[in-house]
Design a protein around this ligand. Structure first.
Ligand SMILES: [Fe+2]
Length: 398
C-alpha cells in the first residue's frame, strides 16, 4: 500500500438498510427543522405506486410535503431548475428523493442550490459549493447507482450535449435508505442494468489509482455479493435474500467509489448518457469488458483478486491468467443478465470522435488505472461496437 498521506472519508450522516426501512423516515424528519418537505421523484414511480408507499408513511405521520415528479432519466439543467423553483415557491426546508440515481441527483442539485444560489453549472467539478445544502433523505428504489450514499451527482447540460459530474461533500445525504421492499417490482432489465452499474462502481473503485484499504474492503465484498446474487435478483425479483444482498452490495460499492474514484468505463458511459440518453447502468454494462481488457496490463494483481471474489477457481493460475478469468467472469455475468450490445442502442459510430474526446476529459477518467490516449478510447469504443455487430450476426445465423 503506497503512502497516500491523510485520507478523508465520506459517507451519509445516517444509513438504514433493510426491509420496511421507510417506516423510519418520520423519525429522522422529526430531528430536522423543516416545516415543509419537497418529495422529488418521477412519473413512473408515481404510477407504479412505489413513491406512494413512501408518501403513505408521510401521510400517516402527518408530514407536510409537496411532490415534484418531473424527473427524467439523465436529468437535465432544465429539470434541476424546475425542481428548485418549486422548492423555493413552496418554502421547503428539506428534500426526500424517491428513486434511482436520477431523482436523488436532482435532490442533490436542489439542495446545493438552496444553500449556495447561482446556477447548477457553477458547481461542475470538485467541491465548488461553499455551504452544506438542505437536508436530503435519499430513498433508493434501484440497486445500482449508489447515489444515496455518494458525494457525486450528474446533470446533463443539453446545450453542451454532455454530462456534468459534480463531486461535493456538501451534498451528502442526511439519511441514505435502502429498503428491498421498494425494489421487488423492479423489472428484470432494470435490475440487470443497475446491478452491473453497482458492479462497475466496485470494480473501478478497486482498480483505480486512488483506492485505499477502506475502499478495497467495501469493493471486494460488494463484488462477491453481486456475483452471487444478481442473476437470482434478475430471475426472480421477489427473492428477498437476493434483493437484500443487492441493497448491501450497491451501498458498499457506492461508498467505495465515492471514497476512491471511478475510471474510464464511467468516463465513456457519461458521454453515452449525455449524447444519446442511453440509461447509465446499461452504458456501463456495455463498456465494462473492453475497458477492463485495456486496463488489465496495469492492474493484473487486482483483477486476479476480483476473480477470487467472484468465486472463480484461480488459486492454481498465474496472476496473468487469473486476471483474464476475472474479465471472462464479468462477461459471463453481463451475458447471463441479458445486457444488449452497443449496436442495439442509439449510439452512432459517426460520433465516435466527440464521444472519445469528452470521455477523456470526464472527471471519472482521471482516476482510471492508467491514463488512456484519445486513440485508446476510440479503439475501445469501436471494438465494443463491432464485437456487438459480430455477435448479433452470429446469433441471427444460428
Ligand atoms: Fe455509475
Amino acid at each position: 500500500m503506497k503512502n497516500q498521506g491523510i485520507v478523508e472519508l465520506y459517507q451519509p450522516r445516517h444509513t438504514l438498510i433493510g426491509r420496511d426501512g421507510i417506516t423510519m423516515i418520520p423519525h429522522f424528519l422529526e430531528r430536522l427543522s423543516a416545516d415543509r418537505v419537497l418529495v422529488v421523484t418521477d412519473k413512473g414511480l408515481m404510477k407504479t405506486g412505489i413513491a406512494g408507499k413512501v408518501t403513505a408513511v408521510l401521510d400517516e405521520a402527518k408530514i407536510n410535503y409537496v411532490i415534484y415528479d418531473g424527473v427524467e432519466p439523465n436529468p437535465s439543467v432544465r429539470i434541476v431548475n424546475e425542481a428548485f423553483a418549486f422548492y423555493k415557491e413552496q418554502s421547503c426546508g428539506a428534500v426526500i428523493a424517491i428513486g434511482g440515481g436520477s431523482p436523488i441527483d436532482v435532490a442533490k442539485a436542489v439542495s446545493i442550490l438552496s444553500a449556495n444560489g447561482g446556477k447548477i453549472q457553477d458547481y461542475n467539478g470538485v467541491n465548488k459549493s461553499k455551504k452544506h445544502g438542505a437536508p436530503i433523505i435519499a430513498v433508493n428504489t434501484t440497486a445500482g447507482t449508489g447515489s444515496e450514499c455518494t458525494r457525486a451527482y450528474v446533470v446533463t447540460d443539453e446545450e453542451a450535449k454532455s454530462k456534468m459530474l459534480m463531486v461535493d461533500t456538501n451534498c451528502l445525504s442526511h439519511l441514505a435508505l435502502n429498503d428491498p421492499m421498494l425494489m421487488v417490482g423492479m423489472p428484470p432489465s432494470l435490475t440487470a442494468a443497475t446491478g452491473i452499474d453497482a458492479l462497475t462502481h466496485a470494480i473501478e473503485a478497486y482498480i483505480c489509482n486512488t483506492h485505499t484499504p477502506y475502499t478495497d474492503a467495501l469493493a471486494l465484498e460488494s463484488i462477491r455479493l453481486i456475483s452471487g446474487s444478481l442473476r437470482e435478483a434478475v430471475r426472480d425479483g421477489s427473492n428477498m435474500d437476493a434483493r437484500t444482498d443487492m441493497c448491501w452490495a450497491e451501498y458498499m460499492a457506492g461508498l467505495a467509489f465515492s471514497n476512491a474514484g471511478l475510471g474510464l468505463v464511467h468516463g465513456i458511459a457519461h458521454q453515452l448518457g449525455g449524447y444519446y440518453n442511453i440509461p447509465h447502468g446499461l452504458a456501463n454494462a456495455i463498456m465494462l469488458p473492453r475497458v477492463l481488457e485495456f486496463n488489465r496490463p496495469y492492474c493484473m494483481g487486482r483483477l486476479a483478486e476480483i476473480a477470487q471474489a467472484m468465486d472463480e477457481k484461480v488459486d492454481h493460475l498465474s496472476v496473468d491468467a487469473a486476471s483474464k478469468v476475472a474479465i471472462e467472469a464479468v462477461r459471463r455475468l453481463i451475458k447471463d443478465v441479458k445486457i444488449p450490445p452497443l449496436c442495439e442502442t442509439k449510439f452512432d459510430m459517426k460520433d465516435i470522435d466527440i464521444i472519445a474526446e469528452n470521455a477523456l476529459k470526464d472527471t471519472a477518467t482521471a482516476t482510471n488505472a492508467v491514463r488512456p490516449t484519445l486513440e485508446d478510447v476510440k479503439i475501445i469504443i469501436a471494438k465494443t461496437y463491432y464485437e456487438g455487430v459480430l455477435m448479433k450476426k452470429v446469433n441471427e445465423n444460428g
